[in-house]
Write a protein that binds this ligand. Structure first.
Ligand SMILES: NC(=O)c1ccc[n+]([C@@H]2O[C@H](COP(=O)([O-])OP(=O)(O)OC[C@H]3O[C@@H](n4cnc5c(N)ncnc54)[C@H](OP(=O)(O)O)[C@@H]3O)[C@@H](O)[C@H]2O)c1
Length: 274
């Protein structure tokens, strides 16, 4: 896979967003939030929790027929936009106090389009529209793995957000418990093979409901403004322990193949884990 180079600046992208600095506008209620990536694994939990806690939740979703119906049913407002089309973003932020950015490119899409170009446009638009707080989810240790394209992009986006002048909270995450379902539980239950690596990488998985709860606590705590936080589960699992953990929970066996880590690097499937 061709390595996508990202530089941590975005010269010319402000023009692309058509962003202008509007200065301080009409006061907005601090409980008004825009969740970007609200149909995703984490995004939907943020929406659910924020609604339960009394926030006025607006969801930015791509214009597609069905996926956002459940968000409306829960009581959120849905607005259509696409991060790869920067001109669609500004209207979604009118009257919004806080943006919670849970978006990431789907595995079948080029990550640079959403996770870098889309995020640069989103941050620049938030700045221009006078958004008062921006929450960005990054990846634990992203600064230590520039060889993994998504890690490099996350680290660059952290720096871009920090330099933007926006009031922000950056939250670095490990893996999601819910991710284990697709990664291990479904293939185990369908009696398919599970692939892993012999790399000593360990992941402190967390339930996305806990991440949502902690995010809203951090949002309300002024001491978290401008901070880089890391959320991690109480214990970490490597591929083998993760697989065994799920296999025991499912009560089923499966074929498990371990691949030397350099093979995985060649094909870069690690990208799709996130
Ligand atoms: N999953 C993990 O284990 C993990 C670990 C560390 C950090 N994180 C970070 O946590 C955050 C949430 O991850 P997740 O696993 O919940 O993501 P996810 O389930 O893959 O959801 C991605 C979300 O982004 C939206 N999206 C993608 N492209 C878009 C575009 N062009 N315009 C607007 N929305 C777009 C998707 O909308 P559609 O439904 O329309 O596709 C979806 O709502 C991300 O920042 C991720 O990098 C995840």
């Amino acid at each position: 896979m061709e390595k996508q180079l990202v530089t941590c600046s975005a010269i010319g992208t402000a023009e692309a967003t058509g962003a202008v600095n509007l200065g301080p506008g009409t006061p907005v209620r601090p409980t008004t939030i825009l969740v970007v990536g609200s149909t995703g694994t984490l995004g939907r939990q943020i929406v659910r929790r924020a609604l339960d806690e009394g926030y006025d939740v607006r969801c930015l979703v791509r214009p597609r027929p069905a996926p956002a119906d459940f968000l409306r049913d829960w009581g959120a407002t849905v607005v259509n936009a696409d991060l790869s089309k920067p001109e669609t973003i500004p209207a979604t932020m009118v009257g919004v106090h806080t943006v919670i950015d849970c978006a990431t490119g789907r595995p079948e899409e080029p990550i640079k389009t959403v996770d870098w170009e889309g995020k640069v446009a989103l941050i620049q638009c938030a700045k221009a529209m006078g958004i008062q707080k921006y929450v960005f989810y990054s990846i634990h240790n992203c600064d230590k793995h520039p060889e993994v394209p998504l890690m490099e992009i996350k680290y660059c986006t952290e720096k871009f957000l920090q330099d933007s002048g926006l009031n922000h909270v950056i939250i670095r995450l490990c893996g999601f418990m819910q991710g284990l379902i697709g990664q291990y539980a479904v293939p185990i239950l369908e009696e398919k093979s599970v692939w892993g690596t012999d790399a000593p990488t360990r992941i402190a998985y967390m339930d996305t409901q806990d991440i949502a709860r902690l995010t809203l606590v951090a949002l309300r705590n002024e001491k978290c403004n401008g901070k880089l936080l890391t959320f991690a589960g109480p214990s970490s699992l490597d591929y083998s322990r993760g697989h065994n953990f799920v296999r025991e929970a499912c009560g089923a066996g499966c074929k498990c193949y371990y691949c030397p880590s350099f093979c995985l690097k060649i094909h870069s499937p690690v990208d799709s884990v996130f």
